[in-house]
Ligand binder design. Structure first.
Ligand SMILES: [Zn+2]
Ligand SMILES: [Zn+2]
Length: 220
């Protein structure tokens, strides 16, 4: 019996533990879920809830009409956001193995940022400190997340560009960063060769400042 329970733990057959919380670290029923959300007491992964704001979802003029934000602008805004958060967290708390951002629209997933540190102690310290911080004018909500394998939690159809559930899908729609930024952030790992700086073009920080003059409010 115990073996059976262990084998179904966190799967859809498990009537006690919520499979969505277990795999994705967030479930649309939140605290009202009929199954258990087993919050981890230690984990390499933290989640910063609703941190990323996609300007295509939030851009509205004063009269309520939507203003147009091009895909290129959104990608640039996203890359800047990703780089800022990644760099700052890695400098403050320790090496990051991977960071992923949800582009879903459902309240429990929208803008969630998952950061998997190499060491559990770093994740623990990050959660404790980040909950006292503000980002872009809102209080940061950080918690330890049960997610460790993002292949289990992400939507495969989305990656192939064919998820029919759109933004309200309950699996992670992980927004990709541009190839250059990926190389810049993950490329300088010891196991790989770091790219020569001259190939990186103009420094992204400068771009950032020009586009976000009120950026000083945005820092952690
Ligand atoms: Zn649940
Ligand atoms: Zn999907």
């Amino acid at each position: 019996m115990a073996e059976y329970l262990a084998s179904i733990f966190g799967t859809e057959k498990d009537k006690v533990n919520c499979s969505f919380y277990f795999k994705i670290g967030a479930c649309r029923h939140g605290d009202r879920c009929s199954r258990l959300h087993n919050k981890p007491t230690f984990s390499q992964t933290i989640v910063l809830l609703n941190l990323y704001r996609n300007p295509q979802n939030t851009a509205q003029t004063a009269d309520g009409s939507h203003c147009h934000v091009s895909d290129v602008e959104v990608q640039e805004h996203y890359d800047n956001f990703f780089e800022e958060v990644f760099t700052e967290l890695q400098e403050k708390y320790g090496e990051i193995e991977e960071m992923n951002v949800c582009d879903n629209l459902g309240d429990h997933l929208v803008g969630n940022v998952y950061v998997k540190f190499r060491r559990e102690e770093d994740a623990e310290r990050a959660v404790a400190e980040l909950n006292n911080r503000w980002f872009n004018g809102q209080a940061v909500h950080a918690e330890l997340s049960p997610v460790t394998d993002f292949r289990e939690s992400c939507c495969r159809q989305y990656e192939m560009g064919e998820c029919t559930r759109g933004g309200f899908c309950n699996f992670m729609h992980l927004r990709p960063i541009s190839r250059n930024l990926r190389r810049q952030l993950y490329g300088r790992r010891p196991r790989r060769r770091s790219p020569p700086r001259s190939h990186m073009g103009h420094h992204p920080r400068e771009r950032h400042r020009r586009h976000f003059p009120d950026h000083r409010h945005g820092r952690f």
